[in-house]
Ligand binder design. Structure first.
Ligand code: DP6
Length: 355
């Protein structure tokens, strides 16, 4: 990347969605490199929108950042972003010439207790990549723009690397995914069965409180975990199995792996040292009902969980109307204050402002 020689300003704005992991990223090493490959669906209506005004001046000698979250200054997030830039200064040779005015907001309530780092950090990374494209006259190839954005998102939060693409996305080297890498994510939509292109994810908010364990602390539990090698092996196996399943549209086999991944993640946390139980009684209640309805009514819905108590319920578009009725009748009573977010596989980040 070239040095800054002239004063430039601009305004860029991106909307970037959250994603839900099918194969979970759990365990990392080095500078944000994953211990195993992961696979996710990028969502649609749960997104962050970030506006970035930049002022790059060769006479400036120190990076300067102004950050607002949902219309108010947020010292906590500002510090996280400041540290991100400083920690990765080698990636930003122009950092000391830079002044940024960032404004970010989420489409989902902050109190919903859903992880927002994937959407927030991918929106930020898309803005940075757009700014760099402006500063240095574009990228040599079109695909390098998203690659750079995914790399920058990964450095901020691993799962964010996957949100820079729509549809089904893989991050982490896997012999079963062409061009996959530990450094950035790749889209895997080429042979994806139509059933999965419109899959639904309904997020049932069981507890909107702060996360009991931060994701970084969570990942570090894997370093000395007695089952870590077996876990990484299983994740790689799931990538191989899912390749065929996703191409053939086999919802039942998809669901088996989806639930196994969620329960494995929680199992690993339960038998970590220290141990964490992140499910709440209502998480289990919902899981029980989902399985019971699936068996008794042959209803094709399946659950997954992030590192928290909220349940992601996944089902094909064909049964969406029926699912909504069942959710309202049977599952909403176990959510906190009736909080439910209806989401679906989406097309990835959307540019609001800037070329
Ligand atoms: C359970 O991406 O939040 O959601 O890289 O430390 O920011 P950091 O971790 P993060 O971890 C996400 C873990 C997960 C599974 C997943 O999304 O793959």
């Amino acid at each position: 990347m070239k040095q800054i020689t002239e004063h430039k300003t601009g305004h860029i704005e991106w909307q970037s969605p959250s994603n839900i992991a099918i194969v979970k990223y759990w365990g990392k090493h080095g500078n944000q490199l994953p211990a195993n490959p992961s696979l996710s669906f990028t969502l649609s209506t749960s997104y962050s929108q970030t506006s970035m005004e930049f002022d790059v001046n060769p006479d400036r000698k120190k990076f300067d950042l102004d950050f607002e979250f949902e219309g108010k200054p947020s010292p906590k997030f500002a510090e996280r972003i400041q540290k991100y830039f400083e920690r990765n200064a080698a990636d930003f040779p122009y950092l000391n010439n830079l002044k940024l005015y960032l404004k970010s907001r989420n489409s989902f309530p902050h109190s919903a207790g859903i992880a927002s780092s994937a959407s927030a950090m991918s929106a930020l990374a898309m803005c940075i990549a757009s700014m760099e494209s402006r500063l240095f006259g574009g990228f040599p190839e079109k695909s390098m723009f998203r690659m750079r954005a995914s790399h920058l998102a990964r450095l901020a939060s691993g799962s964010a690397a996957r949100s820079v693409y729509g549809g089904l996305v893989a991050w982490g080297e896997s012999e079963f995914i062409a061009n996959s890498s530990d450094y950035y994510a790749v889209p895997v939509n080429e042979n994806l069965h139509d059933t999965f292109k419109s899959f639904h994810d309904t997020i049932l908010i069981v507890d909107a409180g702060e996360k009991a364990v931060s994701s970084s602390a969570g990942h570090s539990l894997m370093t000395k975990h007695p089952y870590s090698e077996m876990r990484y092996f299983t994740a790689r196996q799931h990538m191989e199995m899912l390749k065929e399943i996703m191409e053939q549209g086999d919802v039942e086999e998809f669901g088996k792996i989806l639930e196994n991944e969620a329960l494995t993640l929680h199992g690993l946390m339960m038998n970590s040292d220290p141990s964490f139980i992140l499910m709440k009684p209502n998480t289990l209640k919902i899981i029980e009902i989902v399985r019971e309805v699936r068996e008794s009514q042959k209803f094709p819905w399946y659950f997954t969980l992030d590192a928290g108590p909220n349940v992601h319920l996944m089902y094909p578009h064909e049964v969406a109307d029926e699912a909504r009725k069942l959710i309202t009748e049977l599952l909403v009573p176990y959510t906190q204050g009736g909080q439910v977010l209806y989401d679906q596989v989406g097309a990835g980040p959307r540019k609001i402002q800037g070329e």
